[in-house]
Design a protein around this ligand. Sequence first.
Ligand code: ADP
Ligand code: F6P
Length: 326
Amino acid sequence: MANAVKTIGVLTSGGDAPGMNAAIRAVVREGLANGCTVKGIRRGYSGLLEEEIIDMDAHSVSDIISRGGTILQTARCPEFVQPEVQKKAAGILKDHGIDGLVVIGGDGSYRGAQKLSHYGINTIGLPGTIDLDIACTEYTIGFDTAVNTAMEAIDKVRDTSTSHERCSIVEVMGRGAGYIALWCGIANGAEDVLLPEKYNYDEQELVNHIISGRKHGKQHHIIINAEGIGHSTSMAKRIEAATGIETRATILGHMQRGGSPTCKDRVYASTMGALAADLLCEGKTNRVVGYQHGEFVDVDIDEALAMTKGLDEYQVKICQSLGNAY
Ligand code: ADP
Ligand code: F6P
């Protein structure tokens, strides 16, 4: 049966995430294997509007599966919310013969893909974000690498924190979501984790907890603070003043977004990228690829954007109890 699309475009949008290159490689190679032409669009929707469109062949994605970042580069394009800009972008895609588009990014990027589908471009979204904050999927490209990077960094902070018998606040990324913080909280055995979804801003409770831990012989007190709570440096000063225990703040920042992707990110991103190309060839549009209950699935973008997601309550509970057994 003939493919429903002839030319597939692929772009990365929003914050980069390790594994995006593996996804690009899979879109390109699966698209070519299906008999399509594949084009790369540089710098997300901004590059699309500037017609930064390049031909991709199998060789153009050689040697990238192990590299962090995105070879297509990425951008935020605030004007893409405007209907006339979306219409112009759809026109550019059509001028370049692109009838199918894979958008690798987060919720915001899917909204762009959704709008382009209304203008006759077949679109498939792939969940590319370290934040894990996409409701229709239990996995997002880059989370596994980022959370492992953060975990290793926090292990290092913990060593020095114990040596100096200090309290350490480590701030991790996640925008408004606490997934990286919660996973590190469990993986690093933190004494406290401040999650945007849960923290009640009762700093006195935190202070009491640190003092109590010290009385019970704790040599350090690791607080993992999610970016959505923030203010780690001023919090450290207040905690030191209130407890009399030396307190340091470490903000991990963008190091969490870089680095060579883990095996899981390479394999899942490759699977999702190939599936996106296959779905386009089958004539699917306005869909997001996700991972649910052990399977790779595709979900309608409108439905995906209407879904909500929360932290696993049991993991929140054990994070607190396992890190505080004395
Ligand atoms: P993410 O995709 O990671 O959620 P952003 O929220 O920054 O990242 O969105 C990435 C890009 O997607 C934005 O810069 C913009 O170009 C596009 N976008 C976001 N929201 C919309 C929207 N409502 N309609 C169309 N495009 C959007
Ligand atoms: O969405 C990924 C992310 O790294 C968030 O965790 C963070 O809030 C944001 O992007 C940072 O964005 P920027 O790269 O613009 O500083």
